[in-house]
Design a protein around this ligand. Structure first.
Ligand SMILES: *[C@@H]1O[C@H](CO)[C@@H](O)[C@H](O)[C@H]1NC(C)=O
Ligand SMILES: *[C@@H]1O[C@H](CO)[C@@H](O)[C@H](O)[C@H]1NC(C)=O
Ligand SMILES: *[C@@H]1O[C@H](CO)[C@@H](O)[C@H](O)[C@H]1NC(C)=O
Ligand SMILES: *[C@@H]1O[C@H](CO)[C@@H](O)[C@H](O)[C@H]1NC(C)=O
Ligand SMILES: *[C@@H]1O[C@H](CO)[C@@H](O)[C@H](O)[C@H]1NC(C)=O
Ligand SMILES: *[C@@H]1O[C@H](CO)[C@@H](O)[C@H](O)[C@H]1NC(C)=O
Ligand SMILES: *[C@@H]1O[C@H](CO)[C@@H](O)[C@H](O)[C@H]1NC(C)=O
Ligand SMILES: *[C@@H]1O[C@H](CO)[C@@H](O)[C@H](O)[C@H]1NC(C)=O
Ligand SMILES: *[C@@H]1O[C@H](CO)[C@@H](O)[C@H](O)[C@H]1NC(C)=O
Ligand SMILES: *[C@@H]1O[C@H](CO)[C@@H](O)[C@H](O)[C@H]1NC(C)=O
Ligand SMILES: *[C@@H]1O[C@H](CO)[C@@H](O)[C@H](O)[C@H]1NC(C)=O
Ligand SMILES: *[C@@H]1O[C@H](CO)[C@@H](O)[C@H](O)[C@H]1NC(C)=O
Length: 524
């Protein structure tokens, strides 16, 4: 095969836009690979004011939302594990529960504008969502901000009674407590601090365990801290992390939004250097948790591409192919750091949500988001395609370990997946933004030579996450030739034939990747 490869290189070098890159893939698991990745690594989070519409058939419906069920069952099929869903957020923290209330969600001040911090009351109907969905496990947050412990215990009991037995993963107490004493929130007074939080949290955790009977069930039952992405240093200091008790705290939950206030796709999402910078503090926290003997893992209970005034309503930043490529790169990178699990955040009218499973008449919806009140049909959004790529990367065998591979091109990232000690797959992500405008000319591509695949490897399958450019909308994006379209009801249809099978010679294969695209190369 050497002749064919050098021939290809010569032929390609005649094309000005095509370049070559060589990656040596270690044949056995590298020292810095992850531990075995949780099959349910890719989970979802649902903001509580959107939960009814995600789980049930409309704002007053009591049937399962089939769109959501089909999406979730699709993930469970790909990984062989139930999908972990965290229900919570600022809205649930400011909720109270009233079993006698008819509507699922009632804004307590009918004339005030709806924000995530608006006081709301949840009714029994809301809880029906916890029973409606199958193929899931739950992380249920309890309201903490308003300080009614009796009500939180009542809510926990009602929530547990609604869930199918055995589907509780963990409870959370409150959400992003580092904001409680700020003027905007005003949930606690100026003396609020991590120490005050830990003390109050501890008392609540005991009350919840006893009040629900979970104290009789072996194992830790809570996700702790539930910190927002921009963490004041004192909130995840070694002192705070060291104080957590692994007999109560199953995982430390942090929230992550890559952009905190807008930006452009190339600068903030399709930028691996930026990802590594933003993630560095979490690797530090993981090391602290590992070395203090408590060995508590970190999960990301809320994840999105962008938040803030400039980011959370920006469809161009959040819902294009570029956001899906960020999703692939970020999820795989988070695995290599040792993050245990993530919840990709969902909510009605959130541009960074992977999917919205209902046609929403925003003008009449009590769930209308403050960021965009335009009516939208049920649909997936761009970032979704990154979630499903990574679910397929994880696959069903339950032994996946992941290592990042060095590449000589800052805009191309590469990850190797191993099962046991055997190399099984490679993910390649080309993060150069090609926006399809005349100014950018023809779409560049790279020939990536993968070496070290082993003499016994005869062929690879190459599946593609692609679209007509980094700005492509969900309706134009495909993964492995499949698209999730509104009429598909949460199920994919095959619309493109772009999966290749390529012969491997002497453990070497050339694959072609275009700017703004990702490949999954599986050894056959
Ligand atoms: C309800 O909201 C309106 C508008 O923001 C405000 O004027 C009023 O004081 C609020 N009512 C209560 C009981 O807080
Ligand atoms: C706290 O919750 C309990 C139980 O739901 C309720 O009876 C009580 O009125 C609430 N207290 C306040 C101050 O709202
Ligand atoms: C602040 O709130 C705490 C309870 O969270 C209370 O013990 C303390 O007295 C309050 N301080 C002031 C100045 O109101
Ligand atoms: C990381 O933590 C340091 C100190 O706690 C803080 O100053 C810095 O802003 C954090 N960096 C990021 C990217 O969050
Ligand atoms: C990528 O992020 C890094 C770190 O924040 C920054 O220095 C660099 O300018 C960014 N690159 C682009 C192309 O925006
Ligand atoms: C819990 O922490 C203790 C030390 O505080 C440690 O000995 C034990 O191994 C930890 N348990 C788990 C399951 O990591
Ligand atoms: C709201 O969403 C629509 C449809 O995606 C979009 O065209 C519009 O620009 C968005 N409005 C704002 C303010 O983001
Ligand atoms: C949305 O609701 C408003 C107010 O109830 C109504 O006037 C409008 O016709 C509805 N739009 C659609 C598309 O159903
Ligand atoms: C593992 O090593 C590779 C190659 O040196 C490097 O690119 C990657 O960042 C490392 N991963 C971690 C988690 O340190
Ligand atoms: C990576 O992308 C940035 C932003 O488009 C560009 O400035 C840089 O030249 C690219 N680097 C390589 C090696 O292509
Ligand atoms: C596309 O990229 C070109 C060159 O990088 C830039 O000049 C242009 O503004 C971009 N257009 C859009 C719509 O993003
Ligand atoms: C897909 O394309 C290949 C050629 O690239 C062809 O051999 C194969 O039959 C096509 N499959 C379908 C289902 O059209």
């Amino acid at each position: 095969m050497p002749f064919a490869r050098s021939f290809a290189a010569v032929a390609l070098s005649a094309l000005p836009l095509s370049r070559c890159l060589s990656i040596v893939v270690p044949g056995t698991v590298p020292d810095n690979a992850s531990d075995v990745v949780d099959q349910a690594f890719v989970g979802f989070g649902i903001e509580s004011t959107s939960f009814q519409l995600y789980a049930l058939s409309g704002q007053t419906g009591s049937q399962t939302n089939q769109w959501t069920q089909n999406i979730l069952s699709g993930f469970a099929d790909r990984t062989g594990a139930p999908v972990n869903i965290r229900v919570g957020g600022t809205s649930l923290d400011n909720a109270r529960f009233d079993a006698t209330q008819e509507p699922a969600v009632r804004y307590e001040n009918a004339t005030a504008p709806h924000t995530l911090h608006s006081p709301i009351t949840l009714g029994q109907r809301w809880l029906a969502g916890l029973r409606a969905l199958a193929d899931v496990t739950w992380v249920l947050q309890l309201p903490f901000a308003r300080g009614n412990q009796t009500n939180a215990v009542e809510f926990a009991n009602a929530g547990l009674a609604s869930m199918t037995a055995g589907t509780l993963d963990a409870l959370e107490i409150g959400n992003e407590p580092q904001w409680y004493h700020t003027a905007v929130y005003n949930d606690r007074n100026a003396s609020w601090s991590p120490e005050a939080y830990l003390e109050e949290w501890d008392e609540w955790a005991r009350a919840v365990l006893v009040g629900t009977g979970l104290h009789q069930v072996e194992g830790p039952h809570f996700h702790g801290l539930t910190l927002a992405g921009v963490v004041p240093p004192e909130w995840n200091s070694a002192k705070v992390l060291d104080s957590l008790d692994n007999s109560t705290v199953k995982a430390v939950s942090q929230h992550y939004y890559q952009s905190t206030n807008g930006g452009t796709l190339q600068d903030t999402l399709m930028n691996h250097t930026f990802t590594k910078t933003r993630m560095a503090n979490y690797s530090q926290a993981i090391r602290t948790l590992q070395t203090n003997g408590n060995n508590i893992p970190i999960v990301f209970g809320e994840v999105g591409s962008a938040l803030g005034d400039g980011g959370s309503a920006d469809y161009a930043l959040n819902s294009r192919l570029g956001a899906a490529l960020w999703t692939v790169d970020w999820l795989l990178y988070a695995m290599t750091l040792g993050i245990r699990q993530v919840s990709m955040q969902l909510g009605i009218d959130y541009p960074f949500a992977g999917f919205q499973p209902a046609t929403v008449n925003a003008s009449s919806s009590p769930y209308a988001s403050p960021t965009n009140n335009t009516d939208h049909p049920a649909r997936v959004l761009g970032g979704f395609y990154g979630d499903v790529f990574v679910a397929d990367f994880i696959g069903r065998d339950g032994e996946l370990r992941v290592a990042e591979l060095a590449t000589a091109n800052e805009n191309i990232t590469a990850y190797a997946g191993y099962s046991g000690d055997a190399l099984r797959k490679i993910a390649l992500v080309d993060l150069s933004l090609w926006n399809g405008t005349a100014a950018q000319g023809e779409r560049p591509s790279q020939t990536v030579t993968l070496q070290g695949l082993g003499d016994a490897t005869e062929r690879v399958m190459v599946q593609r996450l692609t679209g007509p450019g980094g700005m492509a909308l969900a309706t134009e994006i495909s993964w492995a030739g499949q698209q999730w379209l509104t009429e598909g009801n949460g199920r994919p249809s095959t619309t493109r034939n772009d999966t290749l099978t390529i012969d491997v010679g002497g453990g070497v294969v050339d694959v072609e990747i275009m700017a703004s695209e990702a490949l999954l190369v599986t050894l056959l």
